[in-house]
Design a protein around this ligand. Sequence first.
Ligand code: PGA
Length: 251
Amino acid sequence: MRRKVIAGNWKMNNNLPESENLISKLISGLSTGKNNCDVIICPPFTSLSLAASLIKGSQIKLGAQNMYYEESGAFTGEVSASMLKSAGCEYVILGHSERRTIFGEKDEQINKKIKKALSSGLKPIFCVGETLEEREIGVTNDIIKRQVNEGLSGLSEKDLDTIIIAYEPVWAIGTGKTATPAQAQEVHSFIRSLISGLFSPASAEKMIIQYGGSVKPDNAKELLSQKDIDGALVGGACLKAESFIGIIEAA
Ligand code: PGA
């Protein structure tokens, strides 16, 4: 049985007081409820060290939303893997569709980031997903295959133990349109078959594959009960403690 992993991607939301407020509510809400999943929050860079100190002793783990693949140097505006580690991060989201579409990140750069994260002891949450246009012209599987092949290129089977894949159809992100459980399950099972072919059936079986795209407390249960859906990467609904906890409890 794979464990369920629920991650909250705060995106560009919450300054320091707002971060403190949300984390305090999450900690008090989670300590009273019963859940047995892994919970990760991914605040903006500026809130990471504060978050790291607030979550000590709770079940919440910390992730960042992006990083650069170089060690250090003249890369204005970028943040390195070792900076994230020293701020208390265990995870890092890489290849999110907003990074791909708004900031022009390509598969090759994402692959470099994944390698750097792994060699620095960070666990990547590697995002893949097709746009609406790609789904409509019937190339969803081709796109997912390219993103998975190139993103994971050059990795070993052992590396896969510390990677989470998040399937996030771009058309479902922040739009209120969720993939149906059947649509999501179909792509998740396709991703698992790709991992099996690229690495091994055993690594495919262990791989945690999250679904992301308008996950809410009222659709989480059905999505998360699909055979190949092992968790959720949550955007909008993780900004309110009640709805993020609602998703965690549904899992
Ligand atoms: P959403 O975002 O839940 O607001 O759709 C998901 C994501 O982008 O990770």
